[in-house]
Design a protein around this ligand. Sequence first.
Ligand code: SF4
Length: 496
Amino acid sequence: MSNKKNSLSKSTLIRSIQCSKSLYLYKNNFQLRDKPSTTQQQKFDRGHRIGKLAHQYFPGGKDCSPPNPFSYDTSIAATKLLVQQQFAVIYEAAFKYNGILVALDILENKNGKWYAHEVKSSFRISNTYLLDAAIQYYIITKSGIELEDFDIVTINNDYVFDGTLAISSYFKCTSVMKEIMERIPFVEKTIEEAIATLSSDTMPNIDIGAHCNKPYPCDFQGYCWKNVDADSIWYLPGISMQEKSSFIEKGINKIQDIINTDEFNARQKVIIQSFQKQQVHIDADKLRAFVQPIQYPLYYFDIEAFQPAIPIFPNTKPYERIPFLYSLHYKENADSPLEHICYISPVGNDDRENFVQHFLLATEKTGQILVFNTLMEKGILFKMATDFPQFKTQILERINRIIDIEVPFKELYYYHPAQQGSFSLKAIGNAMLGIDEFSHSIVKDGEEAMAVYNELFYWENKEEVQSKLEHLKTYCYTDTFVLSKIVDVLAQQVKM
Ligand code: SF4
């Protein structure tokens, strides 16, 4: 294996374990790959940042990172030299064996013995991380370096930031030598199969399925899923991907093809029948019982939070949810105009206390507070009540006024066939209102909002930051505006 098209790396081997067709496409039709989303890009950047931070855990190293992704030969040569010199700590140490390239975050030399450290920006060690480590171990040792130990460096879930980052408490190391050894035969088999895939002129014949999202969302979904119809069995919610595959094997490709619904549960039957008849399903009694207690004045509320992996504010943990934006629509009575207020925390400051105070003031007047899926809002408000006990009574009073508008959809008191099996606010709004209000918003969902705000802490251009904050406000405004319209439609339904 010598040319670039046939070369392999740790990430392409992991790709081939997920799906050999993905490896084939990556090497032969790279241009078909989906562009990384803002959220995925933020995860890459975060991983890179945590990797750099880990250098402080193993200080004094020499960095062998290549000047660009096409110059790994310089990294391999630099690593070789430093290994010969028995240098104490090497960052981004690169190795190649049989045409397979791996880079290790940190290679450490202690008393003439080599120790490998691979950094991950999560709390737990997944099977994919162990496979990663086994591939690295295999190539490094085959390149002639004996490893005394191999550990995965993760973030310590128990760490609480006190204002100064304590690197030795933030990270934790776990030896995975035993798990690596168990996976070596699998690594050898994977390498053989990946080489066979690359040597072939034909793309592997692999159907779409559960593997398209496990362990990672495959970046060829745009290509492989593009001809999947909206009424495909793949979009039927509430059944596993394995069950969907078995329907397809039996020739049932579309929801329309289902004749006998006996083997489906009550929820699935509602969705199938609604789709087949193209009719809205309404459980009138239950919907009425839910909607009737909702009385003006009403607040429509949404919070956005971000989760910094490296804590920024004192008394917070890694990945703790920190609210930064809320949107609140308010309607006094059926004839009054829909008013709006929002609040976004300035980037850089610990603004949680102002945030809570602003929210409490904005919701001072009586009125039920309607949200879509209470988990996020209630979770954040309960945490604020703990962190700011001076506001506890008021916060708990607001929590008691919350009503979850997701309930009638989750419980199928109402289902619109245009939801296409999705129960997101956006899908429900599009289906009920017949218009995509989010088409005006550059930020498309809560996950993206979180990713965008998180990155702003590393941006220096104030105008660009301000522009992004406006995009975030537009997104959050749209969320509560759509929520208010959905509630209007539900109210009309029970009047009919
Ligand atoms: S989208 Fe699915 S089938 Fe297509 S390459 Fe990716 S994992 Fe394989």
